[in-house]
Write a protein that binds this ligand. Structure first.
Ligand code: PLP
Length: 462
């Protein structure tokens, strides 16, 4: 063990040093990479030296998601306290289903969930759990909605009248989960959005009414706190009223930006959250913990037990259900994802979490200002979002992003809204400062200037 830990430290040290000079790993096309590297598994063991070499090579060639040149996904950066917590959970290897197997880690998970429920404003009836990602916490929300509307579905299977409502800009996990849950992809109603990417509430109500008339059973409304492309917030307050009126389960997908609840300044973006039935958030996005750290919060924990508990005499042998977290889990064995978030939260306090959230918005405001004040840019952003959307000199976003990647300059992605396609810069890495954002624009501009010929074919207008 000692040797492996030393090797771990050595490789990590080398990586950190290299990242500080090369924030983007050298681009190698996939076909070439797998020719260069021998990833095959053989009959015989290899030497320690050989293993070290291969591991180091693998680590160095991996995309660098924690550096100041990575803006490609809805996560980024590296939080040392959260990493410390996660490394300890790896070493301990507890499984979260019982107190017998997880001991105080049960308390760690419960403390995180309780505190988030407090922030939402929920009483002791509330509860929650962790799952392996935001897609899965959304899935759990959908299953609770299904069982709420059709309790017998758990035993007899699903009737095909159940319908789900989610905005046209919501995450693809909703139709996928509709397939998993037996509700069916065709039973998902895609609700139009307004010009700022938020669900059109009048259309939602009209669609529910039409479905009721036609004999369907409106079951779940899935609202989004931070849509994947624009970072838009659906109007939770108004949608909650509609859900109550028609007795529809209301889940808020806060995977991307649900963490605004940690900020007094931005929590208003989720006004009405106390009225929802379930809410999910990914701490591995805005809170910068290692992947994955996905929380599901439920206003009445009875629904978690109803949908997820199962007797298992070989497993639940001691202690009360309250401490046997497997009773409310999608999984059986489950890794300790709470400890990394707890370690971070304990060390910086709720104030520290608030500062992280605020900083992301400050960086986004700075980037939006830059885009809006520079004539070569076209701005597609909405305010109060940490996704900054733009085009530069009329270059198609997909060409620009791909060339920046292939020339190992910057990792940034593109998205679309309606007919528009644009670069999406995500200011989620709190290790960055405004000078990094400025560098981002300068790198992009310089790259375009110095490589005009690359863009000759792709220019649509200047
Ligand atoms: C990231 C994201 C998800 C999915 O979360 P995973 O942890 O990647 O499964 C769901 N919804 C939204 C809005 C997201 O941004």
């Amino acid at each position: 063990m000692k040797k492996s830990l030393e090797l771990f430290q050595k490789i990590v040290q080398n990586l950190l040093e290299d990242e500080s000079v090369h924030p983007v790993a050298e681009f190698v096309p996939s076909a070439t990479l797998f020719e260069q590297m021998d990833l095959n598994l053989d009959e015989h063991p290899i030497s320690e030296e050989n293993l070290e070499e291969i591991l180091q090579d693998l680590v160095f060639k991996a995309p660098r998601t924690a550096t100041n040149a990575f803006f490609n996904q809805l996560f980024g950066g590296r939080n040392d306290k959260a990493i410390l917590g996660d490394l300890l959970s790896v070493i301990l290897n507890n499984s979260m289903y019982t107190y017998k197997a997880a001991g105080p880690m049960v308390g760690v998970e419960k403390a995180v969930l309780r505190k988030v429920c407090d922030l939402i404003g929920w009483d002791e009836n509330a509860g929650g759990t962790f799952a392996s990602g935001g897609s899965m916490t959304n899935f759990m929300g959908m299953l609770m909605a299904r069982d709420f509307k059709q309790a017998e579905a758990r035993y007899e299977g699903v009737q095909n009248t159940l319908t789900v409502y989610t905005s046209a800009e919501s995450h693809y996990s909703t139709p996928k989960n509709a397939a998993f849950s037996g509700i069916g992809r065709n039973q998902v109603r895609s609700i139009a959005v307004d010009e700022k990417g938020a669900m059109d509430v009048a259309t939602l109500e009209a669609t529910i009414l039409k479905d009721l008339e036609e004999g369907y059973t409106p079951t779940l409304v899935n609202a989004t706190a931070g849509t994947t492309v624009l970072g838009a917030f659906d109007n939770v307050d108004a949608i909650a009223d509609i859900c109550h009126k028609y007795k529809v389960w209301f889940h808020v997908d806060g995977a991307y930006c649900g963490s605004v609840i940690f900020s007094k300044k931005y929590t208003h973006l989720l006004k009405g959250l106390d009225k929802v039935d379930s809410f999910s958030l990914n701490a591995h996005k805005m809170m910068g913990t290692p992947l994955t750290c996905s929380l599901l919060l439920v206003k009445n924990k009875k629904f978690l037990y109803d949908s997820f508990s199962n007797d298992a005499s070989y497993l639940y042998q001691t202690d009360h259900d309250d401490f046997n977290l497997g009773k409310t889990s999608l999984q059986c064995g489950r890794r300790n994802d709470a400890l990394k978030f707890w370690t971070l939260w304990k060390s910086v306090g709720t104030q520290g979490l608030e500062q992280m959230v605020n900083k992301q918005f400050e960086l986004a405001d700075f980037a939006r200002e830059y885009v809006r004040n520079h004539a070569d840019y076209e701005d597609f952003s909405i305010d109060d979002s940490i996704s900054v959307c733009f085009n530069y000199k009329g270059i198609p976003a997909r060409d620009l992003c791909t060339l920046l990647y292939e020339h190992s300059q910057l990792l940034v992605g593109y998205g679309s809204f309606g007919d528009l396609e644009f670069v999406r810069l995500v200011t989620i890495n709190v290790n960055n400062d405004t000078d990094v954002i400025l560098d981002f624009f300068k790198t992009l501009e310089q790259f375009v200037d110095e490589n005009e010929t690359l863009f000759l074919n792709s220019k649509v207008s200047v």
